[in-house]
Design a protein around this ligand. Structure first.
Ligand SMILES: [Zn+2]
Length: 241
């Protein structure tokens, strides 16, 4: 699958330099996911305009600043021996599935990227963290397209209900501009069509065999709302073909 070779490099500003206020300007190619899988676009980092299909899993937790055990309700929960730390550090990790019309990819996002994905303001992100500190650790996993098929033990948990609603909403499952890097364990599979697996699919009375591409795994570098000038460029690129 080749959708043009005219995709240009985009100057992209991302947080950098170790300070939240500093901005690094980098130039990454705008790519299609399908071209990455088929080796027609070779890059380690790039930008893709894609749609968030779903939030597969979301882990929110406070860990102790000294021993990394779970930090809950203002104290470290280490059980082997008492820990003197009174400081917890918040971490957020999520795995999402995105697609851009040419292929799907799994993307890992963490910390502030999760707030950007969920479109939470600073105050909402702080509020969510304060709810999580009551439990220390919260794990949400996607259970179905409606977003309401939570595990029975979680149905009475307001925080889980909130996460289930938000993660399945169009606020999160939307078009985004994703800056990414290819996961190192995924690199050697890209462009190697001999690693594609044959699968049999049944549709009614007919059986089809098809080659399945390897799963594309990416790490999020930054999430931005879609720049519609970029979408126009992509539209033109497809029309040229
Ligand atoms: Zn500790």
């Amino acid at each position: 699958m080749r959708i043009g070779n005219s995709l240009t490099n985009y100057s992209y500003s991302v947080p950098g330099g170790g300070s939240s206020s500093s901005i690094a300007i980098v130039e990454w190619p705008l790519v299609y996911l399908g071209n990455l899988i088929y080796g027609q676009e070779i890059c380690q980092q790039g930008i893709v305009c894609c749609h968030v299909v779903n939030v597969h899993s979301l882990k929110l937790q406070w860990v102790c600043s000294l021993c990394s055990c779970i930090f809950k309700q203002g104290r470290c929960t280490r059980s082997s021996e008492p820990c003197p730390s009174a400081v917890g550090v918040f971490h957020a990790n999520t795995k999402i599935i995105v697609e851009d019309g040419t292929a799907e990819a799994w993307v890992r996002c963490k910390d502030e990227q999760v707030a950007d994905l969920l479109q939470l303001s600073s105050a909402e992100w702080e509020g969510l963290q304060q709810h999580v500190v009551q439990q220390g650790s919260v794990y949400f996993q996607y259970q179905g397209r409606s977003g309401h098929e939570l595990h029975e033990e979680n149905t009475g948990d307001l925080l889980m209900q909130y996460l289930g609603t938000v993660c399945a909403s169009p606020i999160v499952c939307r078009s985004i501009q994703l800056a990414f890097k290819v996961d190192s364990r995924n690199k050697r599979m890209l462009g190697q069509t001999e690693t594609f697996q044959m699968r049999m699919l049944k549709c009614g009375d007919h059986q089809y065999s098809t080659k399945m591409a390897p799963t594309l795994s990416l790490t999020c570098l930054d999430i931005k709302e879609v720049d519609y000038r970029m979408l126009c460029h992509l539209g033109n690129d497809r029309l040229i073909q």
